[in-house]
Design a protein around this ligand. Structure first.
Ligand SMILES: [Zn+2]
Length: 148
C-alpha cells in the first residue's frame, strides 16, 4: 500500500510574520535576511518545545488517574499516538536545529545537493527547506521509485 505523504508541518506563527522584503541592492542571504529566518526558526522551535511539555504533563496527569482497565487501554492507545506525534516533532526540531546551525555557518538558504540558492519564496513557505525545488522533486521521484 502506498504510504500517504504527510502534510508538511507548519509553524503556526508563520502567518503573523510579515513576509521578508529585501532592499533593492540586497544580496541573497544577507545578514538581515539570515536574521529574519533565524527568528522564525527560533520561535518555531520554542513552540514545539512548549507543545511537547504540555503533552508530557497531560500524559502524566492522566496516567495516574484511570481506575478502569478498559479506559486505561484506550488511553494507552492515545498515548502511543501522542508519542508518535512527539517523535515527529522531535525530528522537526532536529531539522530546525540543523537550519540554525547552517545560519551560523553561512550555508543556510543554499541547496544541500547542488549548492544553488533555494530562493526566498521557497524559504518563506518552508523555512526548514535544505534542498532547492529541483533537487527536492528529484528526491521525491527517487523515493517513489524505491517505494518508500
Ligand atoms: Zn539543488
Amino acid at each position: 500500500m502506498p504510504r500517504t505523504k504527510k502534510a508538511p508541518m507548519e509553524f503556526s506563527g508563520i502567518e503573523e510574520v510579515p513576509p521578508y522584503v529585501p532592499k533593492k541592492s540586497e544580496k541573497y542571504m544577507s545578514k538581515r535576511m539570515a536574521e529574519y529566518f533565524k527568528n522564525i526558526l527560533l520561535a518555531w522551535k520554542k513552540e514545539l518545545i512548549e507543545e511537547n511539555d504540555r503533552t508530557v504533563e497531560h500524559m502524566q496527569d492522566e496516567a495516574t488517574n484511570i481506575p478502569d482497565p478498559n479506559d486505561r487501554a484506550t488511553r494507552e492507545t492515545e498515548f502511543s499516538f501522542e508519542l508518535r506525534e512527539r517523535d515527529r516533532d522531535r525530528k522537526l526540531r532536529d531539522k530546525i536545529d540543523l537550519c540554525l546551525q547552517k545560519i551560523d555557518e553561512g550555508t543556510y538558504g543554499y541547496c544541500d545537493t547542488c549548492g544553488e540558492e533555494i530562493g526566498l519564496p521557497r524559504l518563506q513557505a518552508r523555512p526548514t527547506a535544505v534542498l532547492c525545488v529541483d533537487c527536492k522533486n528529484l528526491e521525491e521521484i527517487v523515493e517513489k521509485q524505491r517505494g518508500t
